[in-house]
Design a protein around this ligand. Structure first.
Ligand code: NI
Length: 176
């Protein structure tokens, strides 16, 4: 079912989420289903369980083409449980980010340019990937939600925070 997305200001977005203890359970699969439906309905590039009020270490992300990020390269659709991110380079790059919990805004956020991420799919099968570019950015953004971190907390220059409609006039960014 499509769930309401919590907005910044809700204290649940600032909590550290708990690890999933049991894979393949009905509860976990229902949560993944809710996340997927909610992300698709919001046309998001990713969604983390705490954004729908569930304090578990579960994120989903990925798209072929995303209206909210029309220039981003495709990212494989992934359901990731208990993720761990390891940077593969010291270097960070800055780029625009938005968040379904921070509607209408974008800001420049530094992220590691290359990462390895590991974790499990909902059935408990291991996932182990390397990612760069927008893929790496999305994973870091979504996993931050599991530690109660929203992208404005990562920004170096708050002057770049602005409304999408002002920063990118004429670009259609639905559901923000
Ligand atoms: Ni977000």
């Amino acid at each position: 079912m499509i769930q309401p997305i919590l907005n910044m200001g809700d204290p649940r977005l600032l909590e550290r989420s708990q690890a999933v203890q049991r894979f393949g359970s009905e509860e976990l699969l229902a949560l993944i289903g809710d996340l997927h439906e909610t992300m698709v309905a919001a046309k998001g590039a990713g969604l983390a369980a705490p954004q729908i009020g569930v304090g578990l270490r579960v994120v989903i992300f990925g798209f072929e083409h995303n209206q909210r990020y029309p220039d981003a390269e495709p990212v494989p659709y992934t359901e990731l449980v208990n993720p761990v991110i390891t940077p593969l380079a010291d270097e960070k790059e800055e780029d625009w980010e938005g968040c379904l919990s921070v509607p209408g805004l974008r800001g420049m956020v530094p992220r590691f340019s290359r990462v390895r991420y590991t974790g499990f799919d909902p059935q408990g099968r291991p996932i182990d990937r390397e990612a760069s570019g927008f893929h790496a950015r999305v994973v870091q953004h979504e996993c931050d939600h599991l530690d109660g971190v929203l992208y404005p907390m990562r920004m170096r220059d708050m002057r770049t925070l602005g409304f999408t409609s002002v920063l990118f006039p004429g670009v259609e960014t639905p559901d923000e």
